[in-house]
Design a binder for this molecule. Structure first.
Ligand code: CIR
Length: 258
């Protein structure tokens, strides 16, 4: 069984971090409704959703993906790249401790979970404006005993590795090649997002379904033509905060600890 940890939208989300996006007003009530629909989509796919309370003083706290890397054996709590976001980790770590033993990264490492794309026992990790070489090295060290391979991937022009590419199953990686070094992905089928939808490479694979923002109909059509089962969710307000569909949950299999 899959568990998804999510967190309610912060009322201060309009003060979120922005790196590649221009500021636009975010309708908080609409963002909350969209987030609830996203959680409902997860439930419909059989996922048990554990929703944490909003953090009123932490604008980006809805983007829980960045504050933890959960594998089968352990959860790693990174030092997030944006200093304003680091206090988010405490309550998320507390919630995760019910499901996994915790390991903590330490400065000078920085790493955001949005930079970690897991495919089986391989973790592709974006070297981005949020994740540094120390962060990648510490993640490699912390996970080595469990047999995970950590592979660094250069990212340019977008926030995270998973802004540029996500694994959608059936050996396929949905990708915007302009933002990522594709040489690391030999052996996978690269599914290019249409040029008209450069931000569409952030999709969330849950069981056999690919969750995709409704803003990307051409990408949906491309995936469906190739046999993928796509579910659309409207996340327009969270996209204004530079978020996508992976960043609003931390998803993992039911407890590894007795
Ligand atoms: C940030 O800049 O940190 C947030 N405004 C957006 C984080 C999105 N996270 C993700 O895609 N994993």
């Amino acid at each position: 069984m899959l568990i998804a940890i999510t967190r309610a939208v912060s009322p201060s989300i309009n003060r979120c971090e922005l790196t590649f996006h221009a500021q636009e007003p975010i309708d908080v009530a609409k963002a909350e409704a969209q987030h609830a629909a996203y959680e409902e989509c997860l439930r419909q796919l059989g996922v048990r959703v554990v929703s944490l309370a909003a953090e009123p003083d932490l604008p980006d706290a809805v983007f829980v993906e960045d504050a933890a890397i959960v594998v089968d054996e352990v959860a790693v709590i990174p030092v997030m790249g944006a200093a304003s976001r680091r206090p988010e980790a405490e309550s998320l770590a507390r919630a995760l401790s019910a499901y996994r033993p915790l390991k903590f990264m330490e400065a000078p490492a920085t790493l955001d979970g949005g930079d970690v794309m897991r495919i089986g026992r391989r973790l592709f990790v974006g070297a981005s404006s949020r994740t540094n070489a120390d962060g990648i090295a510490q993640l490699r060290t912390l996970l080595a005993e469990f047999g995970y391979e950590v592979i660094a991937v250069e990212v340019k022009g977008c926030l995270h590795l998973k802004s540029a590419c996500t694994y959608v199953g059936k050996n396929g990686i949905l990708i915007n090649r302009a933002w990522v070094d594709v040489t690391r992905f030999a052996g996978f089928e690269l599914l290019d997002v249409p040029a008209s939808e450069p931000n569409a490479a952030n999709a969330l694979l849950v069981e056999d379904a690919v969750i995709l923002p409704s803003a990307f109909p051409q990408t949906r059509a491309m995936l469906e033509a190739r046999g993928f089962a796509v579910r659309s969710v409207d996340v327009s307000e969270l996209q204004k905060a530079e978020g996508g569909v992976t960043c609003k949950s931390v998803i993992f299999t039911a407890p590894a600890i007795a």
